[in-house]
Design a binder for this molecule. Structure first.
Ligand code: SAH
Length: 219
């Protein structure tokens, strides 16, 4: 990437992505739209995929993992109701893109990944972009991050067979979790889990397809 023009094109592609893929499908939280317009998604994919970075589909990250479709990132972020200063636990750092969107919205991000090279690349990207309120952990995220709990928000970006019990325990009261859950590995439904006054209530939303959440409470 050299010269001013390609950079301008990428910004234009990003604005179009937000308008045509995200706002057009009903995501309306102005802070989510602002963050999606701001975070340079093309820096979270390998160089050969930069021309596709703003297209309407997921992209491979290597190690059998994917960076979610932009709309799915925006939808999940809106459902999470992120506010500045909240403590957000993310399971599945992957490329670091979702963590950057959360950090751009002013959250303190705690992100857990089990694949070391993915974590290393994500950390480099986030530090390079000066998203400094992000803490990384290399571990089985289905166990959560007990030392840093409780969390106001929990976002799981891989699909498992159930909501991991440690994550329910580590959710603050009041707190909110967004997580794909499926009876099979092929597809899941997004769940919004709310904890309030000691009660935990789950709402099932639309169908999504994520890579497997593995680990003690995963597949
Ligand atoms: N949020 C990412 C996309 C994640 S893809 C992004 O914005 O790019 C799902 C990720 O979850 C993969 O990187 C995978 O390695 C990770 N993962 C799967 N099971 C996990 C577990 N039990 N603990 C931590 N990470 C896990």
């Amino acid at each position: 990437m050299n010269g001013a023009e390609p950079t301008i094109d990428l910004k234009r592609n990003r604005d179009r992505m937000v308008r045509d893929q995200i706002a057009a499908r009903g995501v309306s939280d102005p802070e989510v739209l602002r963050a999606m317009r701001k975070v340079p998604r093309h820096l979270f994919v390998e160089e050969a995929l930069i021309p596709q970075a703003y297209e309407d589909h997921p992209l491979p990250l290597g190690h059998g993992q994917t960076i979610s479709q932009p709309y799915v990132v925006a939808w999940m972020t809106e459902l999470l109701e992120v506010k500045p200063g909240l403590r957000v636990l993310e399971i599945g750092t992957g490329s670091g893109y979702q963590a950057a969107v959360l950090a751009e919205m002013g959250a303190y991000v705690f992100t857990v990944e089990r694949v070391r090279p993915l974590q290393a690349a994500a950390r480099r990207r986030l530090e390079g972009l000066r998203y400094l309120k992000v803490c990384f952990k290399l571990d089985d995220g289905t166990l959560g991050w007990p030392d840093a709990a409780p969390f106001d928000r929990i976002l799981v970006t891989a699909g498992g067979p159930k909501v991991p019990e440690p994550l329910i325990e580590q959710l603050a009261d009041p707190g909110r979790m967004v997580i794909p859950v499926g009876e099979t590995r092929r597809s899941q439904r997004l769940h919004v889990v709310r904890k309030e006054n000691g009660r935990v209530v789950a709402r099932r939303l639309g169908e999504v397809t994520f890579v497997d959440l593995v680990g003690a409470h995963g597949w």
